[in-house]
Design a protein around this ligand. Structure first.
Ligand code: NAD
Length: 381
């Protein structure tokens, strides 16, 4: 497990408690010196858990498998991918559907690579679902960011010096991150409303103590009422959706947006007109900034003020709470690794849907079907 090299990345792929499980399970674990320091895990703790501390060059040159959070980059010992042994295993968030160059290099270097984001999201693979574990961290951290920017208390406070009304929080998109945002805002005492294009989440929203905003924009076959994932809505339906959301947004002190459609740009739910109708001092935290943002005025990785409203589009919120984000991620990675290599011995069964779905490249070819189609499409276009 090397130190992450992506700018601003403080998470790591293994934490000491998970190292113990892996060493007990038959793996030899080596960790780059200082790798976990920024996440709150000093080298000594990895040592106590049974890992050996090495330099980056020793690690990449010697390991049969490299566990990362983000894609390989330029590390202390040079290009990480170039240093890896041919045929070695690489696991991480590798963005295989958009990072065509990386996929080609993984093929050329004959790396057996697994993408955490392409693990099938089935019940069997739930313990490996890093999209969900990191969305939990993002939803929580995003809500704290909203509370910090807002000049109001979240809870109702009755004091000798006067009474403060509770903050009104609107959460748009009630998937994993949105539900955690709702739960966090509720714990802080805010009055919370939430909306999702999938009416199936109404019960979950209500069980967290929030009100579900019911707006009828669904047309047949759109917006996924029954399936698990939302589909992109036609532009006319999106326009209607924005109209119906406008007065909810105007009345909210904080809007936390998390709406996403897998593989597509984030739906635009909050327009400039809607922002300008909000009270000055209000806050929007846009957790969809990574895929373009749910608000028209979001600037990825920036906090900006527009029409008196703070719009927070900071990226990679899980890295802002690296201790627990790393712990959850490490469990996801270790569960995948143990699935691929029971008792520490790699044993790949491509008939298995988790292995076949998560595998990006193996022995110089692309395994994941969607990745192969995307890359072939990009080459022929
Ligand atoms: P996501 O990050 O892709 O999307 C977040 C939310 O945005 C979703 O709830 C989606 O419905 C919503 N959304 C999309 N377009 C919208 C629009 N125009 N307006 C309002 N909302 C919109 O989703 P996610 O959080 O990664 O997962 C979504 C759901 O998938 C989960 O809530 C869960 O039910 C299911 N899931 C299942 C498993 C499993 O079975 N192992 C694992 C993870 C997630």
């Amino acid at each position: 497990m090397p130190k992450e090299v992506a700018a601003g990345e403080r998470r790591v792929a293994l934490v000491p408690s998970v190292v113990s499980k892996l060493t007990e399970g038959g793996f030899d674990v080596v960790v780059e010196a200082g790798a976990g320091a920024e996440a709150g895990y000093p080298d000594a703790q990895y040592g106590e858990a049974g890992a050996k501390t090495v330099t980056a060059a020793e690690l990449f040159g010697g390991a049969d498998g490299v566990l990362k959070v983000r894609e390989p980059g330029q590390g202390a010992g040079g290009d990480e991918l170039e240093q890896m042994r041919e045929g070695a295993v690489l696991i991480g968030f590798l963005q295989p559907l958009t990072n065509t160059d990386l996929v080609k290099r993984l093929v050329d270097r004959r790396i057996t690579s697994f993408g955490m984001e392409v693990i099938p999201r089935t019940t069997r693979a739930q313990s490996m679902d890093a999209l969900s574990s990191q969305a939990v961290a993002a939803g929580y951290r995003g809500t704290l960011a909203a509370a910090e920017s807002l000049g109001k208390f979240f809870p109702m406070l009755i004091t000798a010096a006067g009474t403060a009304a509770p903050a009104r929080v609107l959460v748009l998109g009630a998937g994993v991150a949105g539900l955690q945002a709702i739960a966090t805002a509720r714990r802080l005492g805010a009055v919370v409303e939430a909306y999702d294009v999938r009416p199936a989440v109404k019960e979950e929203v209500e069980s967290l103590g929030a009100k579900f905003v019911q707006i009828e924009v669904k047309q047949e076959g759109e917006g996924s009422g029954s399936g698990e994932y939302a589909k992109e809505l036609p532009e006319e339906t999106q326009r209607k959706q924005r109209e119906l959301l406008a007065d909810r947004v105007a009345r909210a002190d904080c809007v936390i947006t998390t709406a996403a459609v897998p593989g597509r740009p984030a739906p635009k739910l909050v327009t400039e007109d809607m922002v300008s109708a909000m009270q000055p001092g209000s806050v929007i935290v846009d957790l969809a900034a990574e895929t373009g943002g749910n608000c028209d005025l979001t600037e990825p990785d920036q906090i900006v003020e527009r029409h008196g409203v703070t719009i927070d589009g900071r990226l990679n919120l899980p890295s802002r709470m690296p201790y627990h984000a790393s712990l959850l991620y490490a469990n996801n990675v270790a569960n995948l690794l143990t699935h691929l290599a029971p008792e520490g011995q790699l044993n790949l069964d491509f008939e298995d849907e988790i292995t076949a779905g998560a595998c990006i490249t193996h022995e110089g070819r692309i395994v994941n079907e969607r990745v192969r189609e995307t890359i072939e499409g990009a080459v022929s276009a």
